[in-house]
Design a protein around this ligand. Structure first.
Ligand SMILES: [Zn+2]
Length: 228
């Protein structure tokens, strides 16, 4: 009886396409691959949703303003924004503006985090600057700096894997230190850490500061210098 056979069942040596009967006692030499869990769709890349502009960090972080600021998206790969005044997402429409340079660094930080710590909670991004910078008063939480789009607050990474408020009693020192090391490698020139945190870095950049036991404060240098 002639029946249709798959190509793989044809005898390679002969040109006559002889059919080779399958032997039911021979087991497959390689086990079938285990079923893979469905792939999670990649979240939209935050950097792709940013309206980029040529920003200027005018003045200084403690007395300045932000020209042509760029808004950080509410979420992106590896990060989410939150409002420190209520300790919940999202970050608020008038609290997460920065220079293009700063927003770029945050989106890159999130992407790096998602790829190097895939099982960890996303990084919580708090206040940057007001849409046009200037004094960052309340409600709830204000800042003396954060005035010209170069400063960002980042939640400590929690040890229980949740994306909630962190403090000295529930944070993961090792993972939070990874964030500090990455910020340093990316050129942050100021990182403030709370007095009760087991974190470290070069003393010219990483400073202990009151009221920073639940977040890091990171600053990047003004990309076009401090003169404007
Ligand atoms: Zn801050």
């Amino acid at each position: 009886m002639v029946s249709l056979l798959p190509i793989a069942a044809l005898d390679e040596r002969g040109g006559s396409a002889t059919a080779v009967a399958a032997d039911p006692v021979i087991e497959r030499s390689t086990p079938a691959p285990a079923p893979q869990p469905p792939r999670r769709a990649r979240p939209p890349d935050a950097a792709e949703r940013v309206v980029w502009r040529e920003s200027i960090a005018s003045g200084t972080p403690n007395n300045g303003r932000l020209v042509r600021g760029v808004q950080l998206p509410p979420t992106g790969e590896g990060f989410y924004g939150y409002d420190p005044a209520i300790q919940r997402p999202p970050g608020g429409p008038d609290r997460q503006w920065g220079t293009a340079k700063l927003v770029k660094e945050i989106t890159l930080l999130g992407r790096w985090w998602a790829r190097t710590h895939p099982a960890a909670p996303r990084l919580g991004i708090g206040d940057l600057s007001r849409p046009t910078g200037g004094f960052f008063g309340g409600p709830g939480v204000g800042h003396l700096s954060h005035q010209n789009g170069l400063d960002v607050d980042i939640r400590l990474v929690r040890s229980d894997g949740t994306e909630d408020g962190a403090h000295a009693g529930n944070y993961d020192a090792e993972r939070t230190q990874d964030v500090i090391d990455r910020l340093l490698a990316r050129g942050a020139n100021l990182i403030l850490i709370g007095p009760n945190l087991d974190l470290h870095g070069p003393s010219r950049v990483v400073l202990r500061w009151p009221n920073h036991d639940d977040h890091l404060h990171a600053r990047f240098p003004d990309p076009d210098g401090p003169a404007n």
